[in-house]
Design a protein around this ligand. Sequence first.
Ligand SMILES: Nc1ncnc2c1ncn2[C@@H]1O[C@H](COP(=O)(O)OP(=O)(O)OP(=O)(O)O)[C@@H](O)[C@H]1O
Ligand SMILES: [Mg+2]
Length: 438
Amino acid sequence: MSFKWIKHYLPRSFSGRAALILLVPIVSLQLVVSIVFIQRHYEGVTRQMTDNMVLELNYLLEQVNSASDVAEGRLFASDLEKPLAMQIALPSKNTGQTIHTYDDLSGRVIITILNSGLKGVLAVDLLSKPKTVQLWIQTKFGPMLVMFPRYRVAATNPHQLLVLMIFTGILMTVIAFLFMRNQVRPIKRLAVAAEAFGKGRVVPYTPSGATEVRAAGGAFINMRDRIERHIEQRTMMLSGVSHDLRTPLTRLKLGLSMIDDEETDALNKDVEDMTRLLDEFLNFAKVNAEDQTIRSEPMEIVNEVVDNVRRQGFQIDILESQETGLMPIRPNSLKRALENLIGNALQYGTRARVSVRKEEHFFSITIEDDGPGIDPNFREEALKPFSRLEPARNQNKGSGVGLGLAITADIARAHGGELVLDKSDDLGGLKAILKFAS
Ligand SMILES: Nc1ncnc2c1ncn2[C@@H]1O[C@H](COP(=O)(O)OP(=O)(O)OP(=O)(O)O)[C@@H](O)[C@H]1O
Ligand SMILES: [Mg+2]
């Protein structure tokens, strides 16, 4: 049998679960203890009190039965009425019935003890008169009615104990909850810091709270530092290499131009390709290093890029434009990503279309074109650095180095988003969707 369905009903939050873990055992313990203990205690006290009452009643009975006639018996009884705090009728006109409510547990005890301790019990009525016991008992002179208050034979309800228990229970729960909330806060802060870092933002965070949470926080900070250092080193190394290669390349170009031969054409083209690749790298590294996250309106950047492209005489429309409001983004990186995607669209197609949409947890910029698109099997490949699909097709279409999509995907990831490639239903070409966490 599987208990998976139980998960459905369990609280999801940490404090909820902790409360459950604490409350369930305590409440059940309290319940069991109070039911068993109170019940036992209550019964024991009732038994003792009724036993005492039986002694008094036996004494009364003896006195009445020792009388020689009814009048004397009544006299003896009335003498005892006051000191024993009872009301006595002798002889009683009518005899009642033994009745008690169903849930009156101590009532049963009273009736049992009275029956076993006294001779000639006719009836015990616990119900007809509130808080009063009516007992009919056989005497020499016929049935005698004895009435006495219920509290003389049974402990009063343990209300106070219950009220006290519930009250302290609630108070303790509230206090425990407040403490619990303080324990949860550091975990929430860690989650916020980790989530922000996933979106490429570094928020100030110092570990706090219980040892375990502190340890997790410390580990997170170490990891964050290491990743940041790693990215920095990678960029520095790439730009260093690119920069240093430019000088020999320039020399090579110079040397080739001196030769001035038909055969050097191919070599010249290679050198040019290499130069462009290095430039691309350097540009990327520079933007990456300098671009700071600031709050800006993505729609403005989209408009700016689209206007630039349009001014160059390309056909590009903005289909949907939703203001997303100020977002924490790196404006130059976003610009670069857009230029890459729009550049591709117009390089491999003839017209492009841009739409900006705001969703609940992210905003997306979609670029569609009417080119050949990318076969689903090659989409992953196209995102890798230096991958150029179908070289035959690309050769006539200008010469890229195959970094555009890789850089764009990287920029999306640095914003806690992703780059998705799809087929454009309307234009038939590629549909590139840039998703950014907002
Ligand atoms: N809009 C598009 N339509 C069809 N194919 C595309 C499109 N965009 C990219 N591709 C394919 O994906 C490959 C990788 O694109 P990517 O932008 O990374 O490199 P590139 O355009 O060749 O060079 P560059 O680094 O100059 O952008 C391209 O070579 C091309 O084959
Ligand atoms: Mg490209």
